[in-house]
Design a protein around this ligand. Structure first.
Ligand code: UDP
Length: 458
């Protein structure tokens, strides 16, 4: 094989929301580490968030770069600097951002025509990339940012509509159908065989979708503290101080409470969380994203911040936390998670049992995976799906919060069993991304397949 045919060039097109962009950039970095020439298409504001790690990899000799586009803020009707779903303050603004991103479609299509990559890796939110890939005669790989269990459950519900034949809140999911994914070469999944093997199998055999499990990518791509801190460079003053605070705590004594990069809970809900955490008596780090219209003194009980700071019981981060670094710290003993797929994987990579508090998107499926299948989490008991910045009353009260925290952090038998199970998965995750591991083998298989498709085309 000549060096020209041997050199794969892949373009990655992420959706600019941390839960999709971070893992896709990490996936791209893993490809580059294994000899692929990688280009990631981002607008300037988003490139700024991830550029440091890309430059670091490029400086160590990997072929990786960003192709930077200007976001059409004026045309989209958005203030300058709003290029990522993390910066939107309400649902209308998120729809405007979504439309704004699609104003770039022609420009991106032209870029693919000019650059003629060997493969396009596209977020699911850009189905039109399938048409460009087909026109160019190159493979497209889809990226969904969720796990197999959620994907299989979604297909299953579409195919069998079990909710239509019952009045019960509980539905059984017997079997499952597809769209652009089926016409693509396949999907890249940020998961690993030892975690979701049976659902991986189900997706391939019953649904008939090809997929490569390449996870957990955060573990694979980020090897040192700087890389872990620079995964998404959204500034936060408290982020730097939190590690010092953790260093003063005993092993496994601190609970991490985070609801991802998008969710803004109603003030009443935040207030219940504050009461519940304080009443539990356990130490915690809480990443709070409030609505723009709420003030912190409406959100927190009177004197809460001062009490937490003086007693060193609670560390409150307003905005953005270096989540991967925090979760890996030995002082962290458990995690309250909104069941976002990346946060689940990051908790699992750190061997943490969890409190499952799903909010939106596919998170209620993920809750079931955590509590009923893997049995590494206790459910806090949320029953209602709500949009990520919807107004509303509290869905979980302070007593329920306190009870779940005491159960997870109080050294009970049930929590100890969950910890044992999640530690096994932690070990399996590490092995999956090492040479000889399942995800590593999948990447090698995929790279070889893409190379043979390239040779065939030539
Ligand atoms: N994240 C972070 N700091 C924060 C909030 C989120 O580093 O303060 C990262 C987190 O580590 C994860 C991603 O953002 O990699 C969030 O993805 P997830 O799927 O958990 O949830 P989403 O934000 O999409 O709801």
């Amino acid at each position: 094989m000549s060096s020209e045919t041997d050199q794969l060039r892949i373009f990655f097109l992420p959706l600019p929301t941390p839960g999709h962009m971070i893992p896709m950039v990490e996936e791209a970095r893993v490809f580059a580490k294994h000899g692929v020439d990688v280009t990631i298409i981002l607008t300037q504001g988003n490139a700024n968030l991830v550029q440091k790690n890309i430059d670091h990899d490029s400086n160590t000799g990997h072929k990786i770069k960003t192709h930077v586009l200007q976001f059409p803020s004026a045309q989209a009707g958005l203030p300058d600097g709003v290029e990522n779903f993390n910066s939107v303050t309400n649902i209308e603004m998120s729809h405007t951002l979504y439309r704004g991103i699609h104003l770039l479609q022609n420009q991106i299509e032209q870029l693919f025509h000019d650059m003629l990559p060997d493969c396009i890796v596209s977020d699911m939110f850009f189905p039109w990339t399938l048409d460009v890939a087909t026109e160019l005669g190159i493979p497209r790989l889809g990226f969904r940012g969720c796990g197999y269990f959620a994907l299989c459950s979604e297909y299953c519900i579409k195919r069998h509509e079990p909710h239509k034949s019952t009045d019960s809140d509980v539905v059984l999911l017997p079997g499952l159908p597809p769209g652009t994914e089926q016409k693509s070469l396949g999907m890249l999944m940020n998961s690993f065989h030892e975690l979701e093997g049976s659902y991986e199998e189900y997706l391939k055999t019953d649904i008939g979708l090809k997929a490569w499990s390449l996870g957990p990518v955060s573990l694979w791509a980020n090897k040192d503290v700087n890389q872990k801190a620079e995964r998404c460079n959204i500034a936060g003053r408290e982020g730097h101080e939190v590690i010092d605070w953790l260093n003063s705590k005993e092993h496994n004594s601190v609970l991490y409470v985070g609801f991802g990069s998008l969710a803004m809970l109603p003030a009443t809900q935040l207030n219940e969380i504050a009461h519940g955490l304080e009443a539990s008596g356990h130490s915690f780090i809480w990443v709070v994203r409030k609505k723009e219209s709420d003030e912190y003194d409406q959100v927190f009980p009177e004197g809460f911040e001062e009490r937490m700071s003086e007693s060193k019981k609670g560390f409150i981060i307003k905005g953005w936390a270096p989540q991967m670094l925090i979760l890996e710290h030995p002082a962290i003993g458990g995690q309250v998670t909104h069941c976002g797929w990346n946060s689940i994987l990051e908790g699992l990579n750190s061997g943490l049992p969890m409190i499952a508090w799903p909010l939106f998107a596919e998170q209620f499926y993920n809750e079931k995976l955590l509590t009923d299948v893997l049995r590494i989490a206790v459910a806090v008991g949320v029953k209602e799906w709500r949009e990520y910045c919807e107004e509303g009353t509290a869905m979980v009260n302070r007593d329920e919060v306190e009870k779940a925290v005491r159960l997870l952090m109080g050294g009970e038998e049930e929590a100890a069993e969950m910890r044992k199970r999640v530690r096994k998965l932690q070990e399996a995750a590490k092995k999956a991304v090492e040479v000889g591991g399942s995800s590593h083998a999948n990447l090698m298989d995929l790279i070889n397949k893409l190379k043979s498709l390239k040779v065939k085309k030539i």
